[in-house]
Design a protein around this ligand. Structure first.
Ligand code: IMP
Length: 418
């Protein structure tokens, strides 16, 4: 088995991947983004300054780490140029080293994609995208009308714009803007397959950084309320352009509760009072859009489906401390249909979701979850039962439990990363 790891959010995104990658980063050499685009947002603190990166892989904060944007990512050249500029200014990357590698095969997210995505109005039939042009860009890829980074860096700006015009686009970027994108991206563009294979040959350890989450996967998520890419770990091989035998294990990340931003099925949604309390306590607002996230109880039916499809055996459980003040804590263990029968897997359509209700097991108040614990045995008996119930239900081990927002405020078990 390879030493590499794929880190995947097991829910609808925002489970705290940045936090977990921060913990693992020391032990890996390369971070690879392999799907999605600037719809993702991870908040990092640089020089005491809070920054949200959308395309830059999270490893950029470590000097020892190389960062790769794989061919499965859709790249908004404006966003990536700004992030490169920021990182160069902060000495996180330099133009002359290979600590950032961008695939020439990445599809470009261009102004007309964002215009189309942004023109959709809030309404019942709209899924509430992040308006970053993700759907239209992946659609263009499937239609074979999209342009890629190779087109940007190997043509003059005028020729690039001409190519766009020929594909029927009328919202065109200005030549000067295209020249800036080209200048910023070109130094880092190289064949990602050869780069990664050479690094693997030298024994380097890779962390594949999933974006969004299993519930938003275009095939296995709550379709059509999903994103436009595959978020499952298997896609890391495609989106990084390397043989799947190099992927290694999957670490699934989940909060101790659920959240969802945008619209779509969310069976375990909390009561309004609980939802407001949790959102404010945990700051559950979208990193990319600032939208309030819907809050709900942890849904083990969804998680088990994620496990069936992805085969994860390890979990990181984040934000356990957030539940400490609830008088009762719940876990959803099945769905109940209108006729009273139970459903133990996820429904196949959004309409089916409307016909089911969650069945919960309940746990007594956790009480204070101190942030300096070293072992699960130090948690209150109710919080211990909660953790062990999840492990038993999913037959997976919870290797990391986050009990506070800061580095070091976590219980580490089975330290597979060392
Ligand atoms: P899109 O990916 O911008 O097309 O949005 C499709 C759906 O996925 C919307 O419900 C978004 O709110 C959701 N989504 C996309 N990216 C993220 C993310 O990084 N975290 C959480 N939700 C996301």
């Amino acid at each position: 088995m390879s030493n590499n790891i794929v880190v995947m959010d097991a829910g609808w995104g925002d489970a705290g991947k940045g936090r977990v990658i921060d913990l693992l980063g020391k032990h890996y050499d390369i971070t690879v983004r392999f799907h999605g685009g600037a719809n993702a947002g991870h908040t990092l603190v640089v020089d005491g300054e809070k920054t949200v990166f959308h395309l830059m892989p999270s490893g950029v904060l470590w000097n020892h780490m190389k960062n790769v944007v794989g061919p499965g990512v859709v790249v908004d050249p404006e966003v990536l140029s700004n992030e490169i500029q920021f990182c160069v200014k902060k000495n996180l990357i330099t133009e002359f080293s290979d600590n950032l590698v961008i695939s020439p095969l990445c599809q470009l997210v261009l102004p007309h994609h964002k215009e189309l995505d942004g023109s959709k109005k809030e309404g019942d039939n709209w899924l509430g995208s992040t308006k970053q042009g993700i759907g239209p860009t992946y659609a263009g890829k499937a239609n074979r009308t999209g342009l890629r980074i190779a087109d940007l860096v190997s043509n003059t700006p005028a020729k690039f714009i001409e190519k766009l015009k020929q594909s029927g686009v009328d919202t065109l970027p200005q030549e000067g803007v295209v020249a800036i994108w080209k200048g910023m991206l070109k130094p880092y563009v190289k064949d990602v397959t050869n780069y990664l294979l050479a690094e693997i040959e030298c024994g380097k350890k890779i962390l594949f950084e999933g974006a969004q989450g299993f519930g938003l996967d275009i095939d296995f998520g709550t379709y059509p309320y999903v994103t436009s890419s595959n978020c499952v770990p298997a896609y890391a091989a495609v989106g990084a352009g390397i043989p799947h035998k190099f992927l290694g294990d999957t670490l699934a990340i989940t909060k101790a509760y659920s959240t969802r931003v945008g619209t779509g099925p969310f069976p375990t949604k909390m009561s309004k009072e609980e939802d407001d309390f949790l959102r404010n306590k945990a700051g559950e607002f979208g990193a990319t859009t600032g939208r309030p996230r819907m809050c709900g109880w942890l849904d083990l039916v969804q998680l088990r489906r994620a496990k069936e499809v992805t085969g994860f055996t390890r979990l990181a459980l984040t934000k356990l401390d957030i539940l400490e003040d609830f008088d009762v804590v719940k876990l959803c263990i099945a769905y109940v249909r209108e006729d009273g029968s139970q459903l133990l897997t996820t429904p196949d359509s959004a309409e089916e979701y409307e016909k089911i209700k969650p069945l919960y097991v309940t746990f007594e108040k956790f009480g204070k979850v101190p942030n300096n614990l070293k072992s699960v045995d130090e948690l209150s008996s109710s919080a211990q039962s909660f953790v062990r119930f999840i492990e038993g239900y999913l037959s997976a081990s919870i290797d990391i439990i986050c009990t506070g927002p800061e580095r070091g405020q976590e219980i580490k078990r089975n330290k597979f990363w060392e």
